[in-house]
Ligand binder design. Structure first.
Ligand SMILES: [Ca+2]
Ligand SMILES: [Ca+2]
Ligand SMILES: [Ca+2]
Ligand SMILES: [Ca+2]
Length: 131
């Protein structure tokens, strides 16, 4: 009888731990950079390593060092600022899908250049990247 009780207690304890772990994950307790986002973004440029893998930008560099240093996804011409020049570059790519998708402009890596990618650039107009 005693064993049965302790087994039940153990089961209850394990269930409690699972719930606590799930809650803690939800609250971002295991998030090292505290942005409540458990997706890895090593250089903290607000684009995940996975997205940067797709766009071909440097996942360990938040800001370009020169014009051919792709580091920040929405900054297509690598001049460290997102402005009309970048917006017009993505407008050119808008609507493309399939094999002709320029991955560099596909900022959500869904395989097409859509309004969502455009909005990602538009929402950062006038901002500089942070080194
Ligand atoms: Ca990043
Ligand atoms: Ca980057
Ligand atoms: Ca730019
Ligand atoms: Ca896209």
């Amino acid at each position: 009888m005693r064993t049965l009780y302790s087994l039940r207690a153990l089961g209850f304890l394990i269930a409690l731990l699972i719930v606590a772990y799930a809650l803690a994950s939800q609250l971002g307790a295991f998030d090292s950079d505290g942005d409540k986002n458990t997706v890895a973004d090593s250089d903290l440029d607000t684009f995940s390593n996975a997205i940067e893998e797709h766009t071909g930008t440097d996942p360990l560099d938040a800001c370009p060092d020169h014009a051919s240093d792709s580091a920040w996804p929405p900054d297509f011409n690598n001049d460290s600022v997102v402005n009309d020049a970048d917006l017009s570059l993505i407008k050119d790519a808008l609507g493309r899908a399939g094999e002709i998708v320029p991955a560099r402009s596909d900022l959500d890596s869904d395989g097409a250049i859509t309004g969502a990618d455009l909005a990602t650039v538009a929402s950062r107009i006038g901002t500089n990247c942070e080194r």
